[in-house]
Ligand binder design. Sequence first.
Ligand code: NAG
Ligand code: NAG
Ligand code: NAG
Ligand code: NAG
Length: 724
Amino acid sequence: MSDLRYDGRVVVVTGAGAGLGKAYALLFASKGAKVVVNDLGGGRHGDGSSSKAADDVVEEIKKNGGTAVADYNSVVDGDKVIKTALDNFGRVDVLINNAGILRDKSFARISDVDWDLVHAVHLKGSFKTTQAAFPIFKKQNYGRIIMTASNSGLYGNFGQANYSAAKMGIVGLSSTVAIEGRKNNIHCNVIVPTAASRLTEDILPPELYAELKPELIAPVVAWLCHENCTETGSMIESGAGWAGKCQIVRADGKLMRQTIADGVSVEKVRDSWDKITDMNSMQHMGSIQEATGALMSSLEGLRSGAKGSSSDDSDVYEYNDKDLILYALGVGASVAKPGDLKFLYENHEDFSALPTFFILPALKSTFSVKMDENLIPGKSISFENILHGEQYLEVYEDIAASSNGSFRSEIQLVDKLDKGSGSVLIYDVLSYNNEGKLLYKNQVVSFAVGAGGWGGPRQSDKLVPCVPKPKRNPDTSVSFKTSVDQAALYRLSGDNNPLHIDPNMAAMAGHKVPILHGLCTLGISVKLVMEAFAGNDLKLFKAVKCRFVKPVVPGETLKVDMWREGNRIHFETSVAESNKIVISGSYVDLNSVIAVVKPVQQAATTSNMSLQSDAIFEMIAQKIKESPEKAKSVNGIFLYNITKDGKIVKTWTMDLKSCKIHEGTPKSGKPNTTLTISDDDFVGLATGKLNPQTAFMKGKLKLTGNVMLAQKLGPLLKAAEAKL
Ligand SMILES: *[C@@H]1O[C@H](CO)[C@@H](O)[C@H](O)[C@H]1NC(C)=O
Ligand SMILES: *[C@@H]1O[C@H](CO)[C@@H](O)[C@H](O)[C@H]1NC(C)=O
Ligand SMILES: *[C@@H]1O[C@H](CO)[C@@H](O)[C@H](O)[C@H]1NC(C)=O
Ligand SMILES: *[C@@H]1O[C@H](CO)[C@@H](O)[C@H](O)[C@H]1NC(C)=O
């Protein structure tokens, strides 16, 4: 790399008698520039002038073979300083506004004289010299200007109110000069030095002072003033051999209005403060156009009443009938059930959304929450160690009926609890329509594993609590056999966590196979509750609260126990195959109950989500588990073909050799006996209402294969009957 030179350039340095200014002058002169060494002289308070300081520097430059001239004018007479350059060297290329004085006093004690003097030297001086040089720069289509600000201005400093104000004034001056000079190749930048000089010598501790050599900053300034440097309109902080660019940044912020008709209340500002001051999303605005442009685009969204500013996009949730149908399929709606058609067919006269669909917008809002060290100070939290612990949904308006729509949701962290082993994060998500009307509220309770022990509260009155189930036996129980593809289908509604589809991800999380979404289990459970107690009338839905206890594996059968207490239906969901509880402490609140179901004995056999016979097979399975010897003694494989309206709708394999009952045909080998029977008649057999011989004689039960072997099934069915 070739040396950077300034041959032929004329550089004016103000306040160049000592410190930074002197270092600049010496460096430029050593690299070929002709230098005007401006200094009023005097002590660090700027009083009493003498020509000695400037003369000494000029002397040193000349001794080293350079070219320089002294100037003793005050920078307030900027034109005179520039004139010195023109008179001696015929031009000026670089202006370094470095002159300064201090008047340290606490704010209350600053006199008008102190104020005016500090502003005169720093701000007005920079203005005057720059204004004098600017037309010359313009004419020659070249100029480099440095203004000197201070970290006292950027960050504030006790006792330097006047100085801070003047120094930040310089930043504003530089920003505009840079814009106005751009088309004439005039660059203007601000240096924010931390330097030892007359100005700081008795303010800083000696060790630090020793490292703040002006010679370590001068090269930064020299580069900024080189013809090949393209930087302009910037602030560069530098000291002790370090340099870095400073920028003013702005948070993403928040638009506090939903429509153009809305005002902004003080309370709204208070409630929005976290978002307004959330610097995780900060951005530097390159220009006033960019800054106002971002604001204007958010207002445009306001006017059209639809999507908000780009910064708020993540909080807008739009859906159409296809989304509703996909969700309904994901939580087990089926055309095999006439009552479900209204969730699956957009032209159905009662086409509607399942209430738990409206948890999805809240979930989407939680995805946009930034996980960082600010969430729980000192604890690292990421999505990998976050579990969905509890969910609450309360609906204020009839939203189920609209087949499409758009909501704006606002998420707020309302409380953080310390549970020792982890932290509980409570998020409220309020969803509004385009007119700003509150439609529903979600509360998402997340558990951050391993992020506890920070001394926070253990309880919160913001938390919508779970409620223990009644102590009596359930009023009804309904089963639903999930499909092995349940998670694969459900995830298409927007929960793409690979844990639910990718075997490798599931294994990493400690699961044998990908697990079902807790919200899918919830959706299925609430759908069954609505069928059992609300006649599937979703206008009756008011709220649901649930706690996720354990995961479900797709293919397992869910058993939902329900208890009615007034308009509240308590429910608990377990896996029928293992009796493991997966959702507990949960309830659905209805506006009114329209279908009081019969006691559990009948309820199980009128199970509706799937076939009635499903529950019976589960019970037989359980019975076999309890006494496998009995089953093994039969030593046969039975295939059940269950019919409805004369058609085979489901097949079950009862493998008594290996004591396994599962849906579908035998996994290995052929069945010894196949039994074909309708769903209703199978219930009849199991409940003892239908005699097997009679059924066979009347052709209700068809047997193929080893007919005699079927007789050995009697005791097993009896066992199921006893259970029912
Ligand atoms: C500016 O950069 C160009 C290209 O790198 C180089 O040829 C030229 O010498 C540089 N000018 C000065 C004054 O260093
Ligand atoms: C101005 O601030 C400086 C900062 O030091 C202080 O010393 C001086 O006393 C103040 N006067 C003004 C004007 O602040
Ligand atoms: C059932 O069939 C298998 C062959 O598929 C046979 O080995 C077994 O003995 C049969 N069981 C009875 C009880 O006949
Ligand atoms: C029973 O169902 C299975 C599977 O649908 C089918 O392959 C088989 O032929 C059926 N058996 C009888 C006897 O209907």
